[in-house]
Write a protein that binds this ligand. Structure first.
Ligand SMILES: Cc1ncc(COP(=O)(O)O)c(C=O)c1O
Length: 433
């Protein structure tokens, strides 16, 4: 087999064509966009991204854990083209089409646990979170919501009210939703006793009986790719059972095969009452879902809806994506996840700035510290690493205070893993010496 023709840097990015796009964008787009580094995309294939100047990168971030099947998987592209050639819209809230019903069935059957589930389709993760807040309150007739320090649930009002990963997502946007308490999340690397802290809150300020729902990411995403202690996840399941609250797993980042199982919660052996998915579900086409136990999805006709949610082209993309994940993504996420983990452990042995490596499948966090003893986060190093890796042909993305999240397309190859790790190694050697 011939060696892949990437990564390749023909001109230090941003090249002249990228510069033009960036200038246009800066003139007209909202200043709230982040733009992590000056990548102006032209195309991609598998875990390779090509920019408009012909540079090619290995992709360790999949457009923030979205491009699960790569950038143009032939089966997904064919499904999108076929669906687009028939009709672009009719509104699934009011009318029927087969792909929408089939996707609901498929997700309902994939839901963790034995009981029957029902499915509401959305355009985004935040819309799924928003709908789940409404469903939880409507069903339980209670108001109070619990989420966690470090959580990210999206940018709409209910979602930012639950979010607690960075203060800038909330600052200046109040008043937010009332009746939200943020509890500490489990962090095996940094320690603490989050269950004791929660019990303290229930003793002093919040009656457990008032809680409608607990929103939890089974692996913390934006907050630092933290895999919680399963005991912590189990505690919240039994809390909900005891007090008549719903356990909502936000699997928008961790789900749809990313961890080598359909849902990250399967690693913990804990079932939610409501599961939220989006991101990788449609390989980049905008689609998400609220998957709830039938006994919980009790809202009546017309109480909730969406003009675009479950768009027919997006449904076709999701059905094809689920096929690809089932056929190759799940097994590959486990295999490549192992390879990645082994390679990262070797890097950790060489580079003292790597404090912790954790993850499941292809959802892996690498935490950088100034000193392994004090565990002081080294956010400056992470910023420099992200930029330097980009200039060498590796796409990384940070999260938390000083973590690189590795969330590549689930179809990446051994070559991609090894070549990406090689660039990471080179960057760390340069940054530290
Ligand atoms: C765990 C989690 N929930 C919700 C969201 C929001 O999804 P969206 O950006 O599609 O609204 C995200 C996005 O990063 C996420 O990671």
């Amino acid at each position: 087999m011939t060696k892949p023709d990437y990564p390749r840097i023909l001109v230090t990015p941003p090249g002249p064509k990228a510069e033009k796009i960036i200038a246009l964008d800066r003139a007209w787009s909202s200043p709230s966009y982040i733009k992590a580094y000056p990548l102006a995309m032209a195309g991609g294939k598998g875990a390779m991204v090509e920019d408009v100047d012909g540079n090619r990168y290995i992709d360790f971030m999949a457009g923030i854990a979205v491009s699960s099947t790569g950038y143009n998987h032939p089966k997904v592209v064919a499904a999108v083209q076929e669906a687009a050639g028939r009709f672009l819209h009719i509104c699934g809230t009011d009318f029927y089409y087969e792909t929408m019903s089939r996707l609901c069935e498929r997700l309902g059957k994939l839901a963790p646990g034995k009981g029957k589930s029902r499915v509401f389709l959305t355009n985004s993760g935040a819309e799924a979170v928003e709908g789940a807040v409404k469903l939880a309150r409507h069903h339980t007739k209670k108001a109070h919501l619990i989420s966690f320090q470090g959580a990210f649930h999206g940018r709409t009002y209910a979602a930012i009210s639950l979010t607690a990963s960075k203060v800038k997502y909330r600052a200046g946007f109040g008043p937010l939703l009332p009746e939200v308490t943020h509890m500490p999340y489990s962090n095996p690397y940094r320690g603490g006793d989050p269950i004791a802290a929660a019990k303290e809150v229930f003793e002093r300020t919040l009656s457990p009986k008032d809680v409608a729902a607990v929103f939890m990411e089974p692996v913390l995403g934006e907050g630092g790719y933290v895999v919680p202690d399963p005991e912590f996840v189990r505690y919240w399941r039994s809390f909900c059972d005891e007090h008549g609250a719903l356990l909502v797993f936000d699997e928008i980042q961790s789900g749809a095969g990313r961890t080598g199982k359909w849902w990250a919660c399967e690693h913990h052996g804990v079932e939610p009452d409501i599961l939220l998915t989006a991101k990788g579900l449609g390989s980049g086409m905008p689609i998400g879902a609220i998957v709830a136990k039938e006994s919980v999805m009790t809202w009546g006709r017309g109480t909730h809806g969406s003009t675009f949610g479950g768009n027919p082209v997006a449904c076709a993309a999701a059905l094809a994506t689920l096929d690809v994940i089932e056929a190759e993504g799940l097994a590959n996420a486990r295999k490549m996840g192992d390879r990645l983990m082994k390679g990262l452990l070797k890097l950790q042995a060489k580079h003292p700035c790597i404090g912790d490596i954790r993850g499941l499948g292809l959802m892996v966090g690498v935490e950088f510290v100034k000193d392994r003893g004090t565990k002081e986060p080294d956010s400056k190093l992470v910023e420099e690493l992200e930029q330097r890796a980009f200039r060498k042909g590796l796409l990384l993305l940070s999260c938390g205070k000083s973590v690189i999240r590795i969330a590549p397309p689930l179809v990446l190859t051994e070559y991609d893993v090894d070549a990406g790790l090689g660039i990471l190694d080179e960057c760390l050697a340069e940054l530290k010496h």
